[in-house]
Design a protein around this ligand. Structure first.
Ligand code: SF4
Length: 382
């Protein structure tokens, strides 16, 4: 065990955060600046400076998220992609994902992304229903979203979309219509999330005032269960609580997070895990810029992770994978036996029918446990 104490996986994944959006959606609590294109030039210089320190590492996955990375105009996007391409060496057959807003997708931008080697697009579609899109304060229509998916599929091939369910006023029938429209599109991957009301967002205040109401919990559960059924029938394999993929189109970058591999991260609010340290950059874009410009470190928080924390976190994230986790592999890779240190919490989850043991040293969520993944995961964290 001691020999593992200072041995951490060298990151083979990198996340870059682009904070710009046209408008801040009412439910969003990401690190975002809306309508501040005047900061773009400073951002490009700052993130390039932050990345230069890494020394051009080889990575298997690059994920550019936000915010809206495709918010840049075509010339700026060209410069940004060129800079990212210079600062990393993407391994052969590496995965380069860009998040994108359907509103921004043009043939020119998609072609540019493909030319730089972007080979996966994750589109923030959220819904095809005009009322729901308006409620979520999204600027695109169903037609624009559909056209964006089709264009991205034609040029880039590997397209994922995000869909939100359990929005205020949404019925099960509304949600099934969204799903039916989604499965007719040329998608390889789908992520679905129940709408959450985060403190500090306009949606939170609106719910406090009684202006917005979520569907009931049982309706939310029905929506989720029907999602699993509908997507399974359309050959999307449910591989993580919120993620569904066709054949081998699982998101390799997210797998790196869930499997506890290290990752680099840069940009406002970006969180990294390198050499056993979790670090988070300042969330405020202006603070991030000021710190980078004055030669200060962009990091707001640093936490040195113990081996036990590492093993617990790997178990907690790993158990959200539908196939579950091999506890022997976890022990050999972390030096900590989760089966021993979490025997009570695993036992409790088994006794409550939330966790199954399909083979010795292997645990996975039961059908019922899939609905209580957060409970099981938090017990593993101790
Ligand atoms: S587009 Fe996405 S990142 Fe931007 S404000 Fe809306 S939800 Fe947040």
């Amino acid at each position: 065990m001691d020999s593992l104490v200072d041995v951490w996986p060298t990151p083979r994944a990198a996340y870059l955060h682009v904070p710009f959006c046209r408008h801040r959606c009412g439910y969003c609590n990401f690190s975002v600046v809306a309508d501040r294109d005047d900061l773009i030039e400073r951002y490009l210089k700052a993130i390039d400076k932050e990345l230069r320190i890494l020394g051009r590492p080889v990575v298997d996955t690059l994920f550019v998220g936000g915010g809206t990375p495709t918010h840049f105009d075509i010339k700026t996007l060209d410069r940004f992609l060129g800079m990212v391409g210079q600062r990393f060496q993407l391994a052969d057959a590496g995965e380069w994902t860009m998040e994108a807003n359907p509103e921004d997708i043009t043939s020119e931008k998609i072609t540019l992304l493909a030319e730089y080697g972007v080979n996966r697009i994750s589109l923030g579609v959220q819904s095809f229903n005009p009322n729901k899109l308006a409620l979520l304060e999204r600027g695109h229509s169903a037609q624009v979203a559909t056209a964006a998916v089709e264009l991205a599929a034609e040029v880039i091939g590997n397209v994922s979309i995000d869909l939100i369910f359990a929005a205020p006023g949404e019925t099960l029938a509304d949600w099934l219509t969204d799903l039916e429209l989604a499965i007719q599109l040329p998608l390889q991957h789908l992520s679905t999330y129940a709408l959450t009301f985060e403190k500090g967002t306009r949606f939170w205040s609106r719910r406090e005032r009684g202006d917005l109401q979520s569907p009931t919990e049982s309706c939310e559960v029905d929506m989720y269960q029907r999602t699993r059924q509908v997507l399974a029938e359309s050959l999307f394999k449910h591989y993580e609580i919120s993620s569904f993929a066709k054949s081998d189109a699982r998101c390799r970058h997210n797998l790196a997070y869930w499997q506890g591999c290290g990752w680099y991260a840069a940009g406002p609010g970006a969180a990294r895990f390198v050499e056993g340290k979790r670090e988070v950059n300042h969330r405020s874009t202006t603070t991030y810029l000021r710190r980078m410009e004055s030669g200060q470190c962009p990091t707001a928080e640093t936490e040195k992770i113990t081996r036990e924390q590492y093993a617990r976190e790997r178990a907690a994230f790993g158990v959200r994978m539908i196939d579950g986790i091999d506890l022997d592999v976890l022990t050999s890779e972390t030096g900590i036996s989760i089966a021993e240190i979490c025997s009570d919490s695993i036992g409790l989850s088994i006794s409550e029918g939330l966790v199954e043991v399909p083979s010795p040293h292997w645990i996975k969520l039961s059908e019922r446990g899939i609905l209580f993944a957060d409970t099981v995961a938090s017990r593993l964290l101790g």
